[in-house]
Design a protein around this ligand. Sequence first.
Ligand SMILES: N[C@@H](CCC(=O)N[C@@H](CS)C(=O)NCC(=O)O)C(=O)O
Length: 228
Amino acid sequence: MIKVHHLNNSRSQRILWMLEELNQEYEIIFYERDVRTMLGPETIRNVHTLGKFPIISDDCSGDEIIICESGAIVEYLLQNYGKNSSLFIPKNRTQLERDYLYWLHFSEGSLMPPLLLRLVFDRIKKANVPFFVKPITKAIANKVLSEFVNPNIKCLLDFIESSLEGKKWLLGDKLSGADILMSFPLETSITRGLIDEHYTCIKSYVERIHRRVAFQSAIMKGGRYEYA
Ligand SMILES: N[C@@H](CCC(=O)N[C@@H](CS)C(=O)NCC(=O)O)C(=O)O
């Protein structure tokens, strides 16, 4: 049985979605973020020392395998349970496979880091610091945001927008693991107000994701998710 260590409002929601697309049975082990720090509970470190979500375990081959890192989990699930599923598996050494790998890594490697930086610097602006320090922390945060983080995010979103033009999914007509990986950063971008009216392709792409029956089943099972 596959078990998913699932943190509320997090990247692990997309693993539940993937398992629904694959029609696999799975068990969810629920964890809640600390409302103040937004961090996950320490108990997850008993499963993996880094204590990050998602993590899955799978004992289907006899021994229990533990897998961390969203991209590695998506690849593992696809390789082991992807055959005969609705998810597209590109043929080896084709342009589609290169595109698939590109987007798979782009999500955590290129898009998430500036989104996370933005979250951190927005928190610094609101941080509870002595009143005489506040103008300084605010000015530094604004400078980093306006000169580095925001232009970077805009550039990435413009690129995604143009890549989605005329396409249903990132690789064309068929949903793939790359779309599953890209869902979370784009959902959070929408929730944080980064997707304005110019990003029509991104908007309809995320709406298309949210309309999928498998996505909705994952939401029903995974509990509260503020990004859908
Ligand atoms: N690149 C990693 C990122 C893992 C990660 O940072 N997960 C967040 C959830 S969105 C987390 O565990 N946050 C809770 C914490 O750091 O305590 C992945 O995709 O698996």
